[in-house]
Design a protein. Structure first.
Lengths: 207, 207, 207, 207
DNA sequence: GATGAATGAGGGTTCATTCAT
DNA sequence: TATGAATGAACCCTCATTCAT
């Protein structure tokens, strides 16, 4: 029928609205905890009717998940935009990607990424990242002590980043990358303390 | 004379109720974020009328502050119950006190202590603790790089502790103490990366 | 184009609901003092959900102000619907407008107009009216004694009207108009007693 | 037994407490409408436990009635403390008593006496007063037009008094007495307008 | 008689969601 | 698809009253 062209136009308009809402959700959930953000806030920021939040995301919760997913996808892309390199450089490269991305989107990412992994939604995304890290270090990602230490490192790194962003980046990005490596080394040694059977010496030389 | 005893009896009963409410608040705020806890939850857990929350704590917020204050006071006591010792041991002693207390009250402390310092109420309490740590290490607590690194360490340690508690303590407490030291060493080296002028070699020998 | 009609239809429906709520508020606030009226009462009377009171009037207070404003606007229109005439007749005309309007809406106006000026919300509306009256009488509306006497007259007139309405109008409207004039004359003489410098003789001849 | 003397002492103490509460109620109900006054306000003002309000007056409402009754009793005494005199003077005497009493207790009486008779509790007390006035004027207190006019006069007089008190008495008491007489004359003429059969000429000469 | 801890009904408001248009 | 009016559950808080001490 004659419905295809206009339908596509409508779909495009709909997608645009969805995008406005997603951006608004990103912004709002970045500023306040979930329960303090209202559907009305998101809609107002997006400049559309609040009913559309349910329409496009099946409710507030859906909008939240969409926002978190979105930002982590962006982050993953930034981290993996690494040039082929030797391992130590690939780790540093990831850190650079991580810090670079967050430095570019400090407002929207401060609460949606640097949340200390307390939120269940983030747990998986984070763990996947840490497994990649373990792989790069040539260590067994299923070792409990190592996993615990790496999560601990992740929190340390996030805290450092969060303070850095809030203080308007008082240090060079490269200094932070080096600091990350120091923290990671500490975490590996901590893993060894927790599980003496875990050999981290080779991994340490990679840093 | 004869009025004091009965008066005390009444007050004792009231104090007991207040205690029940405080424990309930401790419990509820330990399980869910502030906004998800209702006054009704607290009262129900305490087994009293909801009006008493306002009666004893002037509203929900007051109950929250009372709960946070309470648990941190207990924690501080546990940390400072250290025997006189040489510095390395004093640091380890504090770690032991910290871990021991939380291990004893995993439920109530998990959300009221190990919150990643995101909550403004906790910021001061945490910073004070870190300044003590810097003092024990013979370092300047006002150095920005060190302060950032120590906050980062605090998050790492808290995460490790939280996972440990949630996993029902798969490691020995002493192993954790050692891991804390390794993390702290990593943090000191990270501080040095951020601010090369900061000399941490002597502090490292203390660990 | 095609969007205007349906939009208007929706808005009309909303306006109708608003009107129902306004009428309900008028009715409820006419029967009981502010604090005895509940938002639930208004909504129930209007036959809608109680949340709509906040939706349309931003809370109970807003509904009250809307009700008072509404009724006074109607009253003012009634009073000013006077034909051009000589002063004595214009005063009588205002009285007729006042009494006629209230006689038509005895229920809603009894507490929202004839409240003795005790309520701050009404003070301005009343004073403006009395200044008009002073003007028609050729007297200075800023004279304190006159102002006091006129307020006193207003209370007297309101009381007479209220009793008249409550007793189901035992007198002719014209008799009340004449009585108003007598009361007003008494008030002018009282003003002269309070402030002997105030000459009311010419004003009295106008009645 | 040995209980009589101490019992009497207790009763005296109880009566004293009751008195404190009554005074407090007088004060509180004078400042805010009934629903805005809390039992706690009264007790706090009296300096006793709030439970005593129920104990002594069977609840808040009882305290209110007691307060209103009390103040009107005092007022009646003040009005009737008139020396024997000819009628015009006796009327003026009553006005003087009325005004004098209120001038002495402006705070507590402003809301408990000068309330425009809107409150049902006051209606009887007021009507009795007006019947006395009609009697002094030699008029039939049961005539509807006269009764209406007198109530109207009462409101006018109260308003004048209230403004006078609130403005810190800008006029002489005697000027007010004269103004009252002028208002009363106006009311009598108004009564005649309402009921032409009512002859007020003789009464007017008395003023 | 006096206290104030305890109760619980009831208030106004917010807000996620639904749905007719 | 977009709107926003409408719903009603849930929230926190206030407060008159009761009652054990």
């Amino acid at each position: 029928m004659s419905s295809e062209k206009p339908l596509t136009a409508r779909q495009a308009a709909a997608e645009q609205t969805r995008r406005k809402l997603l951006d608004a959700a990103l912004q709002e959930f970045s500023r306040r905890p979930y329960l303090e953000v209202t559907v009305g806030d998101i809609a107002r920021t997006a400049g559309v009717a609040h009913g559309l939040v349910s329409h496009h995301f099946q409710g507030k919760q859906g909008a939240y998940v969409a926002a978190v997913t979105e930002v982590h996808e962006q982050l993953r892309e930034a981290e993996e935009a690494e040039l082929p390199a030797a391992v130590p450089d690939r780790i540093r490269q990831r850190f650079r990607g991580f810090l670079g991305f967050l430095a570019e989107h400090p407002d929207r990412a401060l609460n949606l990424v640097l949340v200390g992994g307390r939120d269940e939604v983030f747990a998986d995304l984070r763990d996947r990242n840490l497994r990649v890290l373990a792989g790069l270090l040539g260590l067994d990602p299923d070792n409990h002590a190592l996993a615990a230490a790496l999560r601990s490192f992740a929190d340390a790194a996030e805290r450092l980043t969060a303070d850095w962003l809030r203080a308007e980046r008082p240090f060079e990005l490269e200094a932070l990358v080096a600091a990350f490596c120091a923290l990671l080394a500490g975490a590996l040694r901590a893993a060894h303390e927790l599980d003496p059977a875990l050999d981290v010496t080779r991994a340490l030389t990679l840093l």
